[in-house]
Design a binder for this molecule. Structure first.
Ligand code: CUA
Length: 329
């Protein structure tokens, strides 16, 4: 009974992972995830049929050939029965062939479509521990939060500046490794608007778990408005605090963070030209609001240990930085 108690939440988790807003490929929002889910379900059904058949045979044999009191005769021996051996070799071979055919069919269905002029080209760069998104044609750079229009084909190239990461948004696509020194490719098309959660899927160090992805699938109009806003240059500081903050950002922060939305260079930290247009920061792990930003500027290490940002700022510098950063919508 105690083991049942221990297992119940675990089993419930597995059952619930298939429904609701769970970020699982079994809850698909794209043709790729749909094909993956179909293959998974077909294999699951086949495995269940085999499991039930084998268990019934096993129980039947155990009952039929159980040893009765005082009966020392052996059950019927079937060693060397050619017919039986051919049957139990042929059936698994047939099952394997069907699995192979279904897998090849699924691989064909999720193959990248030919590039077209209307595609969105996206360069994904993995960093320890955040994602850089470079919309090469639109001259936009952002981090961790990816905006794409519903229905558009997104052609993605992936690179890493340090170690191997893996880009994975289960409801939209399969995993693709992000390997230093090698450019990998993938594609995706989202079939519905909404927010889709993703995660680095290759262990890449201490903060691997805090290397998340937030994909916002917008209508075309909303996406166009987002693009227009992202392309705008940063606003000029007005108040005294904002001016002091701007000065700090341009000197202290500029070596790692760019204020240029169309920056082509890959920097150490995320592009912050439109920082407050995002809902999260630090690898999409904290809500982006003034309070969290203040804690972050005070000391980033308790919030995300071993990340590259390690500044000792005075309370006044934090006030000034926050005053300016809040303008970056
Ligand atoms: Cu990046 Cu795990």
């Amino acid at each position: 009974m105690r083991i049942l108690h221990k297992c119940a939440p675990f089993a419930l988790g597995i059952i619930l992972s298939g429904c609701g807003t769970s970020p699982s490929f079994l809850n698909p929002a794209s043709s790729i995830a749909e094909h993956e889910a179909k293959l998974y379900n077909n294999i699951l059904i086949m495995a269940l049929v085999v499991f039930v058949f084998v268990e019934i045979c096993l129980i039947w044999v155990l009952i039929r050939d159980r040893k009765l009191k005082g009966d020392d005769t052996l059950p019927q021996q079937i060693y060397g029965n050619t017919k039986l051996e051919i049957t139990w070799t042929a059936i698994p071979v047939l099952v394997a062939v069907v699995l192979f055919a279904m897998t090849v069919q699924t691989m064909k269905s999720v193959a990248a479509p030919a590039a077209s002029a209307t595609d969105i080209n996206l360069h994904v760069i993995g960093h320890r521990w955040w994602w850089e998104f470079d919309y090469t044609d639109l001259r936009i750079k952002t981090a961790n939060e990816l905006h794409i229009p519903v229905g558009a084909t997104v052609q993605i190239t992936l690179d890493s500046v340090d170690v191997i990461h893996s880009f994975w948004v289960p409801q939209l696509s399969g995993k693709t490794d992000v390997v230093p020194g090698q450019t990998n490719r993938m594609w995706l098309t989202a079939d519905q608007t909404g927010n889709f959660f993703g995660q680095c899927a290759e262990f890449c160090g201490t903060e691997h778990a805090m290397m998340r992805i937030n994909v916002v699938v917008d209508s075309q109009d909303r996406f166009d408005a987002w693009v227009a806003n992202q392309q705008k240059p940063v606003p000029q500081p007005q108040t005294e605090d904002e001016q002091a903050g701007y000065k700090l950002v341009s000197t202290l922060c500029a070596s790692c963070h760019s204020l240029n939305p169309g920056e082509t260079e890959t920097k150490v930290g995320p592009n912050i030209a439109h920082l407050f247009s995002r809902s999260t920061f630090a690898g999409a792990t904290y809500d982006l609001n003034e309070e969290n930003l203040r804690s972050w500027l005070h000391d980033t290490q308790p919030m995300k240990p071993e990340n590259d940002m390690n500044l000792k700022l005075t309370p006044q510098e934090i006030d000034e930085l926050v005053a300016y950063l809040l303008l970056l919508k």
